[in-house]
Design a protein around this ligand. Structure first.
Ligand code: 9MR
Length: 589
């Protein structure tokens, strides 16, 4: 923690200098219309929007529909058609308890799930400003799903983005990573620090330009799972990337960009490099402007097992599409497993000369469970089975440091015929217990989301979406509609029905992040950030030491470049957004 804080402070002072520079530059460039940088560095919003909170993207006709109204006096609400102001629905507001995690006062709930007219509407309540407009449509999340998926294309490392596919966000190639040095933390007797390796392609992890094996693991797996669970749906999802138009689903085309990179992160002895980054954080600059030397830094048990799990998963999904490469990935996954068995407790320790993200972990029982699960499914080898059965894991909500439930999902979806009846039943009941726990949390929040105090951490929005992923998987497994029904309000929360009033996905909603902590969006000279990116979301950690006007966990968010702890974007956060939107689209078709 101390180490991260000192890193943040160094980062912050560097950022401050850059902001000062940007500010001074803008003073001298007043009137220069193409200098959009200054508009990216807005001050934090200080007013709390006391508005009706609803899903700014909209609702599916068959989905649950709710809104929160800041009123202590009114008892009724009406829905009006946006084009004519005609009243098309009316209902009573329900009293809600104040949430201790937020300072939003006077909350009442408008329920209108049975209103399923297609069109554009707004909510009107006496004494309160009319709501933002919202739509109801059976295709309401189609664009958002495509944008969330396409954001990976926009975060590709080592590729020039042409206007044809990237529009106003076109950019030159950066970070080719054809000559990456091996940092002293990752050398071996046959690979010294003078060695250069090629490790091309991959997605940038987040707002920085690093590529991190641990986080790539869960992000890539989550997207692979989206395809594996809904292959027919994704076969028809075209996101206009250079590979579009071949016979392969664009989701798999996009994943291939990262899988090819991941495959290059394995050292000759089977270990996997923890990350590929520069030693210091890049400035606010475009990829092609960042010329600093990049390094393979550290190896770790977590990176190696996450790699084993992800590559084994990929090998089964690409088996028919690309048999040779799939077979190669599986061999690599097995080599990684073997290294981890011999090196079961290699933690990543951040070297003194390195600033980039840590993704440090000190317990590996979950990574062993996950890798064993995927390797068992891919090979049928009972050696892995004993590692699954003997492994005492508690199944929780997935996150980059907690991956056991990813293995559980794969087993439940793929291994019923490979496991004994009793073992499968044990795993299934553990999963349903987790889904039940999540469901039981929902009524504790007036926003109807399973978010508790502990969930408001760095990347809280992804905690919610990973819970939604669990619920949707529970629904896929046993068809109990209550799990699917519980997810609509989480989608609404992400798109604006939350205490901040922000829709947390860039470009989707009426009030959306304009200054995400994303280097490309902050330095490309385009006012709108790249669309389809989920920001981390509120929590009370304030690790970035920015100025937060609201301090309660669910309120503490600012749309400012400064806020890397609430307003950054990351591939592991966007992945459950893709999963959830794709699943809800596929399940309501
Ligand atoms: O998502 C990570 C979060 O769980 C940690 O608390 C935080 C501090 O260690 O780091 C987050 O990951 C960042 C990574 O280290 C570097 N790239 C940006 C990631 C998102 O902020």
């Amino acid at each position: 923690m101390y180490r991260f804080l000192s890193v943040s402070l160094r980062f912050k002072s560097r950022t401050f200098l850059l902001l000062l520079f940007a500010g001074l530059t803008s003073l001298f460039m007043t009137g220069c219309s193409d200098d959009n940088r200054k508009s990216k560095f807005q001050q934090a919003r200080s007013e709390k929007p006391l508005s009706i909170k609803l899903n700014q993207v909209g609702y599916l006709p068959s989905g649950k529909k709710h809104a929160l109204v800041p009123t202590s006096t009114s008892g009724n609400f009406v829905i009006k058609r946006a084009t004519s102001d005609d009243i098309v629905y009316q209902g009573e507001l329900e009293e809600l308890k104040v949430w201790e995690l937020s300072n939003d006062p006077y909350l009442k709930l408008a329920r209108f799930s049975d209103f399923d007219d297609v069109g554009e509407f707004y909510i009107d309540v006496e004494g309160v400003p009319p709501s933002l407009p919202f739509s109801i449509s059976p295709t309401i999340y189609d664009d958002a799903l495509r944008a969330a998926l396409k954001s990976y294309y926009f975060n590709r490392s080592g590729m020039a983005l042409s206007e044809e596919y990237a529009g106003q966000w076109k950019r030159p190639v950066g970070h080719p990573d054809t000559q990456v040095n091996v940092h002293h933390s990752a050398t071996t007797s046959s690979m010294d620090a003078l060695t250069t390796l090629s490790s091309e392609k991959g997605w940038y992890d987040a707002g920085d330009y690093g590529k991190y094996s641990v986080n790539a693991g869960i992000a890539t797996y989550t997207l692979l799972a989206a395809y594996e669970h809904f292959p027919q749906y994704y076969q028809a999802v075209d996101v206009a990337i250079p590979e579009s138009g071949d016979d392969v689903a664009d989701l798999l085309n996009e994943l291939r960009w990262n899988l090819d990179w991941m495959a290059s992160m394995q050292r000759h002895d089977g270990a996997v490099f923890h990350k590929l980054t520069t030693l210091e954080w890049a400035g606010i600059e475009m990829p092609h402007e960042d010329k600093s030397q990049r390094f393979m830094i550290g190896v770790s048990t977590s990176a190696t097992l996450d790699f084993a799990a992800t590559m084994a998963t990929a090998s089964r999904i690409y088996k028919d599409l690309a048999p040779n490469i799939a077979n190669q990935w599986l061999l690599q996954a097995e080599a990684a497993w073997q290294w981890a068995v011999l090196n079961p407790d290699v933690r990543y320790v951040q070297p003194d000369d390195v600033q980039s993200g840590e993704y440090g972990d000190d317990k590996f029982v979950d990574e062993f469970f996950w890798a064993a699960s995927e390797l068992f499914i891919a090979t049928g080898n009972t050696l892995y089975l004993s590692s699954i059965i003997d492994n005492e894991v508690n199944f929780g909500v997935p996150g980059w440091a907690d991956v056991e439930t990813l293995g559980l999902i794969s087993l439940l979806k793929n291994a019923q015929d490979m496991l004994s009846v009793s073992e499968f039943a044990r795993l299934e009941s553990a999963f349903i217990k987790l889904a039940e726990n999540i469901t039981e949390q929902i009524p504790t929040s007036p926003y109807l989301v399973p978010m508790q105090e502990d969930d408001f951490v760095w990347g809280s929005n992804s905690v919610l979406l990973n819970k939604a992923l669990i619920l949707l998987t529970a629904y896929e497994l046993n068809g109990n509609a209550k799990y699917k029904d519980a997810v609509y309000d989480s989608i609404s929360y992400i798109f604006g029905m939350n205490p901040t009033g922000y829709s947390f996905v860039t470009g989707y909603g009426s009030l959306t992040p304009m200054s995400p902590h994303h280097r490309i969006s902050a330095s490309d000279g385009v006012i709108a950030p790249i669309p389809g990116m989920l920001v981390g979301g509120p929590h009370a950690g304030r690790q970035d030491e920015c100025d937060y006007p609201y301090l309660k966990p669910a309120d503490s968010y600012i749309d400012d470049w400064c806020s890397f702890s609430t307003n950054e974007i990351a591939i592991n956060w966007n992945a459950p957004l893709v999963y959830v939107l794709g699943a809800i689209n596929a399940l309501s078709q």
